[in-house]
Design a binder for this molecule. Structure first.
Ligand code: PEP
Ligand code: MG
Length: 596
């Protein structure tokens, strides 16, 4: 699905008809007017203001500060449910943040700079924090040195609040606008409405990160990692995003525009044809049935899952519940959302994963509480965070147990690396279930199966032991590839090295499948390769009979399955597993695919 980031030949990157290469991460062609987002999460806009805009800017800053105070107060009330010591500690911290937002040196300094220097609020915050940091550093006081971290944190919160106003603009764009940005975080991407936006392109971001995954699930053509994208682009100029070939064309010539319009129409026709497979079963030519499930990023994906004929939800990423907000969703809110999804699937199974926050999916709440980790992918992420904050996990499990009373629900645990983590979750789940029953609350009976994501190489190698502790496995090839090859899945600089066909990754997948089959527990694949027909024969040949993918991918994978001879696929998988050369593996797989 992805195409490589490369630069075009000389000349092509300038002037009209400017063509740039990037990673085509979500297929399809989008054509529309450019909307340049100045303020991705990396760049802080700096501009000067005309004299008559100064008062308005001070008001804008004061509103952002008032919002920050409201957010912090809300956080404080949520912190009360945490264990005593944690609640006290975070309470102190938040009080300190509150005082920095109330007629403090920071707020006074920012206002003064806006008024005196006629600069925007974000730039004033940056400048004032730099000065405060300098003063503190000169004082050589360890206590004050530690406080500068807090001031920066408050500055980031203020800046986030100021920049959020940009995102509202997403909903008032001309139809089919193409968003061009330095970076879109997964949380930004979740705000895009596919009915209003045509597609997007960014300078930063890898093909397997969550921004890319969201683009696929929203069905938005997207190109990431397009170096030089923003140089001299004007709002409103026509842009083509070719998510198939990983190309962005700015201000295309009439001939190029016509060519892409034709391609877009052909793609639409192809999609319609694939949809006709919706009601047909996913069965190989020799009669083996495969279960095709959907990965849901956002509740609105449910509709697409059903439209595309998914037989259930194989992965509900619950992170959306925590994104684009500073507070935490309570049990009732989570229950309501989960119940709607369980009921919406009308008796088909729903696999709800406990939150996988951390890594690139930093919720505002988390950033405020734990700061920026040095190594996000290796840090306090997913199940580690849930076990560190048991109240959060209890709330989420309670919501899941209650939603499980309305239809078949399975619980999936992300980033598991040892058996003891599964045991701890089961213990907590048991306590939550007892508490709910004592209160007379209706919950799933029997309790839902508890499955484990196999996405850490250590978990794959310990799959035999984990198979005793878990009721099912789901192989997360996105992270498994990232961690096995030590390649950041969201970093465009190393995107060409990211390859799930690497023999080390394939062996871990094979090892996991065999452990599951020996223990007779179900095993599925829910990483992005599950939705790419290129890998279908290999995964089936290795023994997988359940695949979970973004809803728009279901028809193409089904088509591949219906054309597949499983005996042949198994034979080819064996040959592939004997290879140690990545190029040879790719050729053996692609040759096999082209035979059918
Ligand atoms: C994976 O890692 O393959 C996976 C499915 O989980 P996520 O993409 O949400 O990290
Ligand atoms: Mg993962």
């Amino acid at each position: 699905m992805k195409s490589d980031a490369k630069h075009e030949g000389p000349g092509a990157a300038h002037g009209p008809n400017r063509s740039l290469r990037g990673l085509g991460v979500s297929s399809g062609v989008a054509i529309g007017p450019a909307h340049v987002v100045e303020s991705g999460s990396v760049t802080i806009p700096e501009y000067s203001l005309p004299a008559d805009a100064v008062e308005g800017e001070v008001t804008r800053f004061n509103e952002a500060a008032a919002k920050a105070r409201r957010q912090i107060k809300k956080l404080k009330s949520k912190a009360l449910v945490l264990p005593d010591s944690a609640s006290e500690e975070i309470g102190f911290l938040l009080d300190a943040h509150l005082s920095m937002l109330t007629n403090s040196r920071l707020t006074r300094g920012v206002e003064r700079r806006i008024k005196q220097d006629h600069i925007n609020a974000e730039a004033a915050i940056q400048a004032e924090i730099a000065t405060i940091a300098q003063t503190f550093a000169e004082m050589d006081d360890a206590y004050l040195a530690a406080r500068i971290g807090d001031i920066r944190e408050v500055g980031r919160r203020l800046t986030r609040n100021l920049l959020k106003q940009e995102y509202r603009a997403f909903s008032t764009l001309p139809p089919n606008s193409i968003i061009l940005a330095e970076e879109l975080t997964p949380a930004d991407t979740a705000l895009l409405d596919p009915k209003a936006v045509g597609g997007f392109a960014t300078v930063l971001g890898g093909a397997e990160g969550h921004t890319a995954i969201l683009a696929r699930s929203l069905g938005l053509p997207a190109v990431l990692g397009a170096t030089g994208l923003l140089a001299g682009v004007r709002n409103g100029v026509t842009v083509i995003v070719d998510g198939v070939q990983g190309r962005v064309i700015i201000d295309p010539s009439p001939e190029v525009l016509e060519e892409y319009r034709t391609r877009r129409a052909a793609r639409e026709r192809e999609r319609e044809q694939l949809k006709s497979l919706r009601k047909l079963p996913a069965v190989t030519r020799d009669g083996t049935a495969v279960t095709l499930l959907a990965n849901l990023e956002l509740p609105r994906d449910l509709e697409h899952a059903l439209e595309n004929g998914a037989q259930g939800v194989g992965l509900l990423r619950t992170e959306f519940l925590f994104m684009n907000r500073e507070d935490l969703p309570d049990e009732e809110e989570q229950y309501t959302v989960l119940r709607a999804i369980v009921e919406g699937m009308g008796g088909r199974p729903v696999t709800a994963r406990t939150m996988d926050l951390g890594g690139e999916k930093l919720a505002g709440w988390m950033a405020g509480r734990y700061g920026e980790p040095a190594n996000p992918a290796l840090g306090l992420r997913a199940i580690r965070l849930s076990l560190r904050e048991p109240k959060l996990l209890e709330t989420q499990l309670a919501a899941m147990l209650r939603a499980g009373a309305h239809g078949p629900l399975r619980i999936l645990l992300p980033m598991i690396s040892s058996v003891s983590e599964v045991q701890k979750v089961r213990e907590i789940m048991g306590q939550v279930a007892r508490r709910l029953r004592r209160r007379g609350v209706v919950i799933a009976d029997p309790l839902p199966p508890v499955g484990v994501m196999i996405e850490v190489p250590g978990a794959a190698l310990a799959a035999d032991a984990l198979a005793y502790a878990a009721d099912f496995f789901s192989i997360g090839t996105n992270d498994l590839t990232q961690y096995t090859l030590a390649i950041d899945r969201a970093d465009e600089q190393v995107a060409t090295l990211y390859d799930p066909l690497h023999p080390a990754v394939l062996r871990l997948i094979q090892f996991t499948i065999e452990a599951a089959l020996r223990s007779r527990i179900p095993v599925s694949v829910c990483g992005e390769i599950a939705g790419d027909p290129r890998y279908t024969a290999l995964l089936m040949g290795l023994g997988v009979r359940e695949l979970s993918m973004s809803p728009p991918s279901v028809p193409a994978v089904k088509k591949r399955i219906r054309g597949l001879d499983l005996m042949e696929a198994s034979r080819r998988a064996r040959v592939i597993m004997d290879q140690s050369d990545l190029g040879r593996i790719a050729t053996l797989l692609d040759d096999f695919n082209s035979m059918v």
